[in-house]
Design a protein around this ligand. Structure first.
Ligand code: SPV
Ligand code: MN
Length: 635
């Protein structure tokens, strides 16, 4: 039993009483082993408020991990599938994605974070969400879990505590994040930890969140806490994923490092050289397929922290697992993921179709669509319609799989290195049918951050968002997660590369450029060549052609790479089509982007200057060569 010293304050006695009354001895002891009264009072506060039936404090042992995994099945949040280790979880039919509308950054009255960032009044909304949380866990257990964002025992590590009444959420986090209990014990009072409070709320007979009208995701930067209620979908609930991103973007901004929505990978060059790349792509722009390219190695597929260490940039994967989109994965195009998804390892599938044999199927899977099964809408059959009269696909377009990275055969050897990997290049990739060439290096850090990162756009696809070809502005593919004004975020990015003697090179890629008849000009596999070329550029092994918008490959270099990497011919007329600089479209893009930034208060003036210079180069070239400028004329 802990003993109280005479100067212990009354409040601490009160919360200790709550903990002692509510926690079994084993769990109480575990919590007390972390010498951090702020943590103790935080846990006690939400026990008092949410009134769970029991409290499970996870120390992240194998036994705890197994307990939570089994609890998810016992509680019915997951069900076993035919393959060993596989389970299925369903979210409510109307809870299949991040809820942008109810995800709010809490700010003091009168404050506004500007364009693209949803804010609300802190005091008012804290009150509202705490009202929602009152008694919400009655009859349900509460899991208290400790994690480390980034590798443990590293300058990158950030401790985080998750409170949740969902065994599915706790199970997912055990797959996706490094355990952090020992780190909390070691750091004790000095731990600067992030806090996540989640409740799925009342469940329906399918064990999915029922009260979606009270779905909230409120982000409190001041207290570094996030409250998420009446939802189960991972992007709204798995605190350490996109909820933590909002907190760490803010922290990083104050401390001079970066939290980015980026994949990390090793590109393998000549003589066994490995060169590390980061890549930011808005949703549906090829991020995962890039991370999974044959012949290269994977460090991370979604979130990265970047820091300057001894004059160079180091980066880590914040996670240790993948919460990946499953739609479209087939044995031919996605061999690595296909293999993992068909091996008997621990995988949570969500919102896919389950057949009567207990197998899973998703849109784009090999073979014909099963006639019926169970999916996110319940009993399903081909042609089934929802309440709105919309035909329900066999799996939701945002259906996912959750699995540890360790099962991927392309995992990079340094993926968990506490020092991070040395970052040599950053790639920004949008979905763009008519403007940018397939691959292009920027002139320098500033030019890259501004014309590639800050100008990132993606076109909506008919399948997902209705109107096709609408361009969405999405700087660094991070807009949904920003908790600081865009202008400050761009400035932080600009400053990050300043003073580095060898900053990472910045590239733009575009896998979606089309020709005059609407046909795609590149093949899915071509990205493997673009990356090999970028790798050579990092090491100055190849020259490049200067265009008004950046540096593009020389035909002969690509020809050799196509032969070497893909064993294919690369006709010069295809090169010419792909790498034609489209002056008119590029000028239109500059107009679109600068128009947006001119409405954003505090945009660094350098942004307008860099676009102005680019515009001038384009106009000069247009005057000489016309709207469409062949790369062969510039060589
Ligand atoms: C994304 O949408 O960028 C994801 C999935 O990685 S979510 O967790 O929903 O953010
Ligand atoms: Mn993501």
């Amino acid at each position: 039993m802990p003993t109280f010293s005479a100067d212990v304050n009354l409040e601490s006695v009160v919360y200790l009483q709550t903990l002692k009354a509510k926690l079994e001895w084993k769990h109480f002891e575990r919590l007390m082993k972390i010498d951090n009264p702020t943590l103790h009072s935080f846990v006690a506060k939400y026990i008092d408020l949410c009134q769970p039936e029991q409290v499970y404090v996870s120390a992240g042992t194998d036994e705890d991990i197994e307990y939570i995994k089994q609890a998810a099945i016992r509680d019915g949040e997951e069900s076993k599938l035919a393959t060993k280790g596989h389970t299925i979880h369903f979210d409510n039919y109307y809870d299949q994605a991040r809820d942008r509308e109810h995800t709010v950054i809490l700010v003091e009255k009168g404050l506004n974070l500007g364009f693209g960032i949803r804010t609300g009044k802190r005091e008012e909304l804290l009150k509202e969400v705490h009202e929602i949380l009152k008694g919400i866990m009655k009859g349900h257990p509460l899991y208290v879990c400790f994690y480390s964002l980034g590798p443990v025992d590293s300058i990158f590590s950030i401790p985080a505590v998750q409170l949740t009444d969902s065994s599915y959420v706790a199970h997912s986090e055990n797959i996706l994040y490094r355990q952090g209990y020992n780190m909390f014990v070691k750091q004790g009072k000095s731990a600067r930890f992030l806090k996540f409070v989640h409740s799925q709320g009342e469940l329906d007979e399918r064990k999915t969140s029922k009260n979606l009208d009270k779905r909230r995701v409120y982000i409190d930067l001041e207290d570094e806490a996030v409250y998420s209620t009446n939802t189960q979908y991972g992007g709204n609930t798995i605190g350490l994923k996109k909820l933590a991103m909002r907190l760490t973007i803010n922290r990083a901004s104050k401390e001079g490092w970066l939290t980015e929505h980026m994949l990390l990978m090793g590109i393998h060059g000549p003589n066994n050289r490995v060169t590390y790349f980061a890549g930011a792509y808005p949703s549906m722009c090829g991020k995962t397929s890039t991370a999974m390219m044959e012949g290269e190695t994977l460090v991370g597929d979604d979130i990265a922290y970047l820091r300057r260490v001894d004059g160079e940039v180091r980066a880590v994967n914040v996670e240790k697992g993948v919460f990946g989109i499953i739609q479209g994965i087939n044995s031919k195009d996605d061999a690595i993921q296909w293999e993992v998804l068909h091996s008997p390892v621990e995988i949570i599938f969500s919102n896919v179709l389950v057949t009567k044999d207990g197998d899973v199927y998703w849109d784009g899977h090999d073979g014909p669509v099963p006639l019926n099964g169970i999916n996110h809408s319940g009993e399903w059959y081909i042609g089934k319609k929802d309440k709105e009269g919309k035909v329900i696909p066999c799996s939701h377009p945002n259906a996912r799989f959750t699995v540890e990275l360790k099962y991927f055969r392309n995992l990079d050897r340094s993926w968990d290195d506490p020092r991070g990997v040395p970052l040599k290049a950053i790639v920004y990739g949008g979905r763009d049918s008519d403007t940018s060439v397939p691959v292009e290096q920027s002139f320098d850090w500033t030019h890259g951050i501004i014309t590639k990162g800050a100008a990132l756009e993606s076109e909506t696809t008919a399948a997902v968002l209705g109107k096709e070809g609408v361009r969405e502005f999405n700087p660094m593919s991070n807009l949904d997660f920003l908790s600081i004004p865009i202008s400050r975020y761009v400035e932080d990015n600009l400053r990050f590369g300043e003073g580095l003697s060898n900053p990472p090179l910045i590239f733009g890629v575009n896998y979606f450029i089309r020709g005059g008849r609407g046909e795609y000009l590149t093949d899915k596999k071509d990205k493997r060549v673009w990356f090999k070329w970028m790798e050579l550029r990092v090491h100055k092994d190849v020259e490049a052609i200067k265009t008004p918008t950046g540096m593009i490959p020389i035909y002969e270099d690509l020809k050799s790479l196509f032969a070497e990497v893909l064993n294919t011919e690369y006709p010069i007329n295809l090169y010419e089509q792909q790498f034609t600089i489209r002056a008119r479209e590029n000028l239109a893009k500059i107009n679109r982007i600068t128009k947006i930034y001119s409405t954003i208060e505090g945009t660094p003036p350098i942004l307008f200057k860099v676009f102005e210079e680019q515009k001038k180069r384009l106009l000069d070239a247009q005057a000489r060569f016309g709207d469409y400028i062949s790369p062969l004329k510039l060589a």
